[in-house]
Design a protein around this ligand. Structure first.
Ligand SMILES: [Zn+2]
Length: 395
């Protein structure tokens, strides 16, 4: 008997034994089948040993966190924002699971905001504890959650922003397991727009459908018998929605929504398959992504659109065919919104007399009129458009 034990011991030294499943960190959801609690999430993040930074604090005092997988100097950066809507929990669970298995040394940096609305998650509400819908706040930045996200986007300049949500099947025409969508805002550069649509249609769709899910375009009711579109109910070009803001900030944008009438494990698994689609997209399209990102940052001309979408022609009054050179803010206006402009990475210059000018000639060009022009749909402030930026405004 002793000989047999010795033999087994010797054998075990030679044969690589797979890590015991019990020793690997597990989310609360994996252990109990119930959504991971706040305490379980924090214990899990500690046990993974990944770099976690605090990027903000919610109104109720909870930390907003960013988890990084991979080197901080990799060529490509992918940002996952998980469950901005607190009552859409499956995305957060998929993010927590996926961060554990991604390669820690590769040429892609994966960033996760694993719990993008921690107060809303605990309260099980769509908005945060003040009732702000974070996914309608990515321009005005009234919430700590959206401000934290804006700073991450400014500081990391992600190539891809993948935003995880869930939808309720409110209608017999809305029956897919998974819905996906790209930025529809007309100010998104054509290369970023095209590649974002490729990410949805050619990567996320096949990835989830290969796993037996039905999928389709977010926001379009489809006749369940004929498959024909009935009407559009959501998924428009509003710039304050992260999917669109992402495109305006030069990232390939993606919204993924799982149907919340499914079983929790099915929904989490659906999100995991969609995450795989994004990983494949980045692997296959590295140079095209870099080129689209660079081309978007370099855009220096072209009309500005205050309305419309890629599937809806803008009203002529919403097209600014000859945009101003820049916008002048009074000193008082600048004191009011200077922090928000900085969070968006928007540069301004001091003018004699205490005014500031925000020239359109900068990387954030696409965002500036949407924030500062009175004709925009809910601007941050109505600043004065000027035709001449050189040596101060001429008008
Ligand atoms: Zn949502």
């Amino acid at each position: 008997m002793r000989g047999l034990i010795a033999l087994l011991a010797a054998f075990s030294l030679l044969v690589p034994v797979p890590a015991l499943a019990a020793t690997e960190p597990r989310t609360g959801f994996e252990k109990t089948g119930k959504w991971t609690t706040e305490a379980e999430e924090q214990a899990y993040l500690r046990s993974l040993g990944l770099p976690v930074t605090q990027i903000g604090t919610t109104a109720q005092g909870r930390p907003l966190q960013l988890v990084r997988v991979g080197s901080s100097s990799a060529r490509a950066v992918v940002l996952f924002t998980c469950s901005q809507h607190g009552d859409e929990p499956a995305g957060r669970e998929a993010c927590l699971i996926r961060m554990r298995s991604l390669p820690r040394s590769s040429d892609v940096t994966y960033l996760f905001v694993p719990n993008a609305n921690p107060d809303g998650r605990v309260l099980n509400t769509r908005g945060n504890s003040s009732g702000i819908d974070i996914n309608r706040d990515h321009l005005l930045l009234r919430s700590a959650e959206a401000r934290a996200m804006a700073a991450v986007i400014r500081d990391w300049q992600p190539d891809v922003i993948h935003d995880l949500h869930e939808f309720g099947p409110s209608s017999p025409y809305y029956v897919k397991d998974v819905l996906w969508l790209w930025p529809r805002n007309l100010n998104v550069s054509s290369d970023v727009h095209a590649l974002s649509e490729t990410l949805s249609r050619s990567y996320v769709r096949p990835s989830v459908e290969a796993a037996g899910r039905t999928s389709g375009v977010y926001g379009i009711y489809v006749d369940p018998v004929t498959g024909e579109p009935v009407r559009q109910v959501a998924g428009d070009g509003q710039e304050r929605i992260l999917r669109n803001t992402a495109g305006l900030k030069h990232a390939m944008g993606l919204l993924v929504e799982t149907n919340d009438s499914g079983a929790p494990a099915f929904r989490v698994e659906s999100h995991l398959r969609a995450l795989e689609g994004t990983q494949s997209f980045v692997r296959d399209n590295r140079s095209a992504i870099e080129a689209a990102n660079a081309a978007s940052r370099a855009v220096r001309s072209g009309p500005v659109y205050f309305g419309g979408a890629d599937n809806q022609a803008p009203d002529p009054s919403d097209v600014l065919s000859e945009p101003p050179c820049g916008y002048v803010l009074t000193g008082a206006q600048y004191r009011e919104v200077g922090d928000e402009l900085a969070l968006h990475g928007i540069r301004s210059e001091y003018l004699r007399g205490g005014d500031r000018i925000v020239p359109l000639r900068q990387e954030a060009r696409a965002l500036i009129p949407l924030l500062l022009d009175a004709r925009a749909d809910g601007p941050l402030v109505s600043a004065r458009p000027v035709a001449q930026c050189v040596n101060g405004p001429a008008n």
